[in-house]
Design a protein around this ligand. Structure first.
Ligand SMILES: [Zn+2]
Length: 176
């Protein structure tokens, strides 16, 4: 950002001007036009405090970076959730842990596959497996959504930073 010097108007207002614009006339809020003096005069004036950023100059990269960061955090959260769901998934029936009647029904099931009546506990397990499958399908889909979000943020917002507009420099008369 070019250094700006504070040009004082008769009304007392200070107008920040760039040295590159010397020779041009700036208009004060009071309506008076002031000619910007040459650099050697400007250099004797007070330097205007640098503003962080002009409001009409959006922070392209940081907005894009924020989007990517947000999508990354979301993706990580969904990966953690998926991993947690997988770790706590309902395990298959442990034959060693079955009650004698359960073992008997399971044996009957494998023997003739018709007379098997699943117990309440087994029905609950089936329901848990069903719920687990739904949840892990959703969470892994959300991982995909997050990754897609990262990619889209990286690709689509590449050009959201405004292109630099070159100011047409007016040549000051030599020495003047
Ligand atoms: Zn003025």
């Amino acid at each position: 950002m070019a250094t700006k010097y504070l040009l004082q108007c008769e009304c007392g207002k200070e107008i920040p001007v760039e040295a590159a614009r010397s020779g041009e006339t700036v208009l004060c809020q009071c309506g008076k036009g002031i000619e910007i003096p040459p650099l050697r005069v400007l250099k004797t004036l007070e330097v205007a405090p640098q503003r962080q950023r002009r409001s009409d100059e959006p922070t392209g990269w940081s907005r894009r970076g924020a989007r990517i960061l947000l999508c990354s955090l979301f993706t990580i959260a969904m990966i953690v959730l998926t991993a947690y769901l997988y770790q706590t998934r309902p395990r298959p029936t442990n034959i060693d842990g079955l009650s004698p009647s359960g073992s008997w029904r399971l044996w009957m099931y494998y023997r003739n596959r018709v007379s098997y009546q699943p117990s309440k506990v087994e029905n609950e397990r089936v329901a848990r497996v069903k719920a687990y499958r739904q949840r892990i399908l959703i969470s892994s889909s959300l991982v995909g959504v997050g990754i897609l979000g990262i990619l889209l943020s990286a690709i689509l917002t590449r050009d959201d930073r405004p292109k630099k507009v070159r100011r047409i420099r007016r040549t000051a008369p030599p020495g003047g």
